[in-house]
Design a protein around this ligand. Sequence first.
Ligand code: P61
Length: 470
Amino acid sequence: MTNPNPLTMGQQFGRRSWAEPWKIKMVEPLRMISREARERALVEAGYNTFLLRSDDVYIDLLTDSGTSAMSDRQWAGMMLGDEAYAGSRNFYHLEEAVRRHYGFRHVLPTHQGRGAENLISKVAITPGQFVPGNMYFTTTRLHQELAGGQFVDVIVDEAHDPEVVHPFKGNVDITKLGTLIEQVGAGQIAYVSLAGTVNMAGGQPVSMANIRAIRELCDRHGIRIFLDATRLVENAFFIQEREPGFADRPIAEILLEFCSHADGAWMSAKKDNLVNIGGWLAVNDDDLFEELRNLVVVYEGLHTYGGLAGRDMEALAIGIEESVQDDHVRSRIGQVRYLGELLTDWGIPIVQPVGGHAIFLDARRFYPHIPQDEFPAQTLAAELYLDSGIRSMERGIASAGRDAKTGDHNRPRLELTRLTIPRRVYTQAHMDVVAESVKVVFDVRDSTRGLRMTYEPKYLRFFQARFERL
Ligand code: P61
């Protein structure tokens, strides 16, 4: 039989195909349990994908955090761990890699991103101060609040609308930031908390022009800028692609320039930096660093290991080098886009434009008949798992938690289910399987019912909350 459609997928989407700049050397078998077994597993997990056993998951798109595949060079680095308690040579490799690619002077390892968030929040926030940022992130905001700060969202309005197409939906609205500074006074602003490719907005980037404008405003008022560098390499890719004047500049160069406008950064190295565990905190100011270096021994470990083994720091140092390579980033984001193109083609509502690390299904438009208080995005994550064993994550009302003052649910405009793509792990065929499953769940959407929360933990409730079907 002749092929009725002799086009590659790239041609069908009107572009040249991309391919991964690596080949596979070691494989990990996948397992798919029966639908009956998935039903049992889901009930046992209280309809919360965080509570599933990974053995019961077929394609795991819960997160891109710590789930990437390391390279042969990184694994070789694991054998070169200098496990000295103090002054491990791997720490100096890490320090050098962060300095070279992010440009900050002082570097501290931490066990992961939230370890670094804890330290910077404790040292840089005086209770009662405000922390403006480009949309909240769960752990970031919690550490800011636990340190006595109050997070204020100053992202552009477009970020809260999943249908608006804008090249830099992660940008700070300079007017909102300026108004806040005028209202509360510069002394009451702890710092600006600026994330690259904003996670909760759908992996949406910040432009170079925007960080320059924030810098200018902050300089006028003596306010510091700290970056959440977790997915800043991916942010640099979007600047290269979309911002005039950057098309011919390597991602590594753009990253360095972006960081040059900030006073420091915290990092969950489990994302961009291609390791299974690790983080770091880096700042330029000597006095601030001295305080942080002292505090790290309380919460993480000595300042030359910060909760990491020597081998972890070596893998991280190598991961940083690999993560800023143009070929790598292009294929990583290319894979996310491929899935986005399929779903868009089939009329499935997703956040547009497609961001760096994930496809975000728009659960409000998916299930218009399920009110937000009945957890449409959580429902969608459960339905996808039931259909095919694909694990995704709720990013809506459950993730947003409760208002600290009123105790009522925070009700974000974005009610999303995240299909997060680990780096260098799955193939295009896996993406096809994922898209087909989303389509099946979409086709039966009208008969799907929502959920009721039956157990609610106090902090970051979405991780451990339990639900049952209505
Ligand atoms: C994720 F459901 N992200 O996206 P740590 N900043 C940013 C992150 O994306 C981030 C951290 C800081 C995760 C893991 C996770 O509500 C959740 O290394 C932009 O995880 O401590 C983590 O870095 C924290 C999943 C975290 C969640 C919080 O999947």
